[in-house]
Design a protein around this ligand. Sequence first.
Ligand code: F6R
Length: 261
Amino acid sequence: MEIVILPDTTAIGALAADAIVNLVQRKPDAVLGLATGSSPLAIYDELAARYAAGQVSFAQARGFTLDEYVGLPADHPETYRNVIHKDFVDRVDFAEGAVRGPDGLATDIPAFCAAYEDAIVAAGGVDLQILGIGTVGHIGFNEPGSSLASRTRIKTLTRQTRIDNARFFGGDVDAVPTHCLTQGLGTIMAARHIVLVATGPQKAEAVHHLVEGAVSALWPGTILQHHPHVTVLLDGAAASRLQLADYYRETYQAKPAWQGI
Ligand code: F6R
């Protein structure tokens, strides 16, 4: 894992956007793995700005989102499909249908999940996966106890995740769906480059386990320690419980800027 501790979300957004723009310039039909939630917003803002400035095009790129609530009506503003369109997809020039996500209204859920896995493979696999991490240590919605080899499937959300996400549902935890479809940890691990973003003190414990803890289904993000190319972008608050924080800072400062992430 490469750990990069940056001053703020703007710096995080810029560095992640550099990596994505580089990828799409090198490989216009790149496959992006897209996360929803607060963590990637600075990345999407930066990419939308660079698109508006004519610096990047997503016209040939494809995308797969990580997860979706089960049972929300298609026109609900908090379906992850609607959120990713609002936050990113509709602000740039993806082709119609180029970004796909799990269908939280699928009638045959196992068949849908298997087809979603097949679609990712048929697209050539994910080149760069953007991730956030939950306070409980989930990536995607792989809650504690998830199989480290899991594939796209239905999961029950923990009470804590529903509390964390109640802010998107007017503060009403009971309005947050109880179930979701999520790419599995095995699915996420197949991405070629993973860029995980975490900011704020509420993420410090999850980041501590993610980076320096034992690999365990109790902290599902820890499986990323087995991935050959993970970049973890943190602010100082999210990095505050890292034992080797000074070493990570020195290592990154010593790296030639042209190497990127
Ligand atoms: C979202 C997702 C989740 C979030 C995580 C952090 O698609 O898969 O793992 O990344 O819950 O959420 P935020 O960024 O809102 O703190």
